[in-house]
Design a protein around this ligand. Structure first.
Ligand code: FES
Length: 97
């Protein structure tokens, strides 16, 4: 059986969801099952800015550059649409900017 990763949304009314590990967030999170909103899904608009608690692979240079603009002081900030390899249980909170 595939390993499962739990995605939880503390501070929201959404219940945690469980994915097979090594999946991308943008393929599985929707407006129905999560508080996360997506726009471009290509890392350009910043709509999906979130804080991720959990040990996931670090951002690629393009994502890193956006994060430095949108959330320069938050080491946990990520663009949810660019998180494409969830390997552990994580907590996600939406960030405003
Ligand atoms: S949805 Fe546009 S940056 Fe993620």
């Amino acid at each position: 059986m595939a390993e499962l990763c739990k995605i939880s949304f503390p501070g929201s009314d959404f219940v945690a969801i469980t994915l097979e590990c090594h999946q991308s967030l943008s393929e599985h999170l929707t407006i129905q099952n999560s508080p996360i909103l997506f726009g471009c899904r290509t890392g350009l608009c910043g709509t999906c800015l979130v804080e991720v608690i959990g040990d996931i692979p670090p951002p690629q240079p393009d994502e890193q550059e956006m994060l430095e603009t949108l959330a320069p002081n938050n080491p946990h900030a990520r663009l949810a649409c660019q998180v494409d390899d969830v390997t552990v249980n994580i907590e996600i909170r939406r960030l405003e900017w």
